[in-house]
Ligand binder design. Structure first.
Ligand SMILES: *Cc1c(COP(=O)(O)O)cnc(C)c1O
Length: 387
């Protein structure tokens, strides 16, 4: 990173400037990809000495430094092989038989992992509506013979319902009850929301989505502000071996360089499209935190530096209309996942595993960086055909 200046660097600068090689004469501007599983090592290795690439390898470092700096973490992030590997690492902080409170509408595989923990390790799992602060904190506190939670999991905005949590209130209440708070910050990205600023203990990402941003890598990251917690995540990564390949991490760093531009464009387009969709007769309901009428709007405006670029859409014609819309689009990609440069959409309940409280006809739209009028024309022709 460049020499510190009088002003801390802004996120839009950090994505470009962080994680660069030292500026020695003739040094490359970009970090090299090092493909080596092992390192020359004689005798007893000194702490931090390169040894074996499951433990640590230098191609991870630039991305880890950049993401740690973006999140305002006191140390570099830990890159892992996928978002789920990062989530598994964070959930390992719940002891066997402990209590875990998590949003009813968080990422469905996180819910699946929690169910697995319940069966395997006797973890008691309680699902809450994360935008209902009182209900979340009541669940965290326990009482009546139920011990307080060990960990509160927060996703905000939630996937796919786009509920917005009052993060500072949840952190304060959870800490008062003795619970840790972990935040899946995938949807917001550190450009829009930095959970450590609100006191969160752990932040995880599916780097697969916005951070890498081109739908070409699967990758995750986890980090904790507290050194002892961070060391536990680090130990988990080494022991469980869900590590990232050097090429994937290098691609993610390359993607990260344009994160600020991509997020800025995608957010602006998402808000414009959400407004137009809300006014279309073939649309029954639109959810996007940027819309003034959205239940999460006031909270998002207070807590976030933007509203993200995901839209929840329920067509007036229900499931069949939703499926017809997805099939009729030419520019929008019918696909799962989100946060790529290309706009995509899917009906979430097409998966039998999606929560039954997610409406059957809900389409989740991930707005990319294409021309907004092209995106609208494609949506409008599909919606007009339904009406
Ligand atoms: C996709 C996603 C994940 C899982 O990440 P992978 O990289 O697919 O393992 C976790 N959380 C959220 C919010 C996601 O959207």
């Amino acid at each position: 990173m460049p020499e510190p200046t009088a002003h801390p660097l802004q996120p839009a600068t950090l994505v470009v400037a962080a994680g660069r090689p030292a500026r020695e004469q003739g040094a490359p501007v970009n970090p090299p990809v090092v493909l080596s599983s092992t390192y020359v090592s004689r005798g007893v290795p000194a702490p931090g000495e390169p040894l074996y690439a499951r433990m640590d390898t230098e191609t991870w470092h630039p991305f880890e430094e950049a993401l740690g700096a973006l999140e305002g973490c006191p140390h570099p992030a830990l890159v892992l092989g996928s978002g789920m590997a990062a989530i598994a690492a964070a959930l390992s902080l719940v002891p066997p038989g402990g209590r875990l409170v998590l949003p009813r509408h968080c990422y469905q595989v996180t819910l699946g992992y929690a169910r697995d923990l319940a069966e395997r390790s006797g973890v008691r799992v309680e699902l809450v509506d994360v935008d209902d602060t009182d209900a979340v904190l009541a669940a965290v506190r326990g009482g009546d013979g139920t011990p307080p939670a060990d960990l509160l999991w927060v996703e905000s905005p939630t996937n796919p319902m786009l509920e917005v949590a009052d993060l500072p209130a949840l952190v304060a209440g959870a800490h008062a009850a003795g619970a840790l708070v972990a935040v899946d910050n995938t949807f917001a990205t550190p450009l829009v929301q930095r959970p450590f600023e609100h006191g969160a203990d752990v932040v995880v990402h599916s780097v697969t989505k916005y951070l890498a941003g081109h739908s070409d890598v699967v990758l995750g990251a986890a980090m904790a502000a507290d050194p002892a917690l961070h060391a536990r995540l680090h130990a988990y990564r080494t022991l469980h071996g869900a590590v990232a390949g050097p090429f994937e991490v290098w691609l993610a760093l390359r993607g990260l360089r344009t994160l600020a531009l991509r997020v800025e464009r995608a957010q602006a387009s998402a808000l414009e499209l959400a407004r137009r969709l809300a006014a279309h007769p073939a649309v029954a309901h639109v959810r996007h935190p940027g819309l003034p009428q959205d239940p999460g709007h006031a909270r998002a405006a207070r807590l976030m530096d933007g509203f993200g670029s995901i839209i929840g859409l329920r067509p007036a014609g229900g499931v069949d209309a939703g499926d017809a819309l997805v099939a009729s689009l030419r520019l929008w990609v019918p696909a799962t996942s989100l946060g790529g440069v290309e706009s995509s959409l899917e009906r979430r309940r097409r998966f039998a595993t999606e929560s039954v409280t997610v409406p059957e006809d809900l389409l989740r739209l991930s707005v990319g960086i294409e021309d907004v009028e092209d995106l609208w024309r494609d949506l409008a022709q599909g919606l007009d055909a339904l009406a």
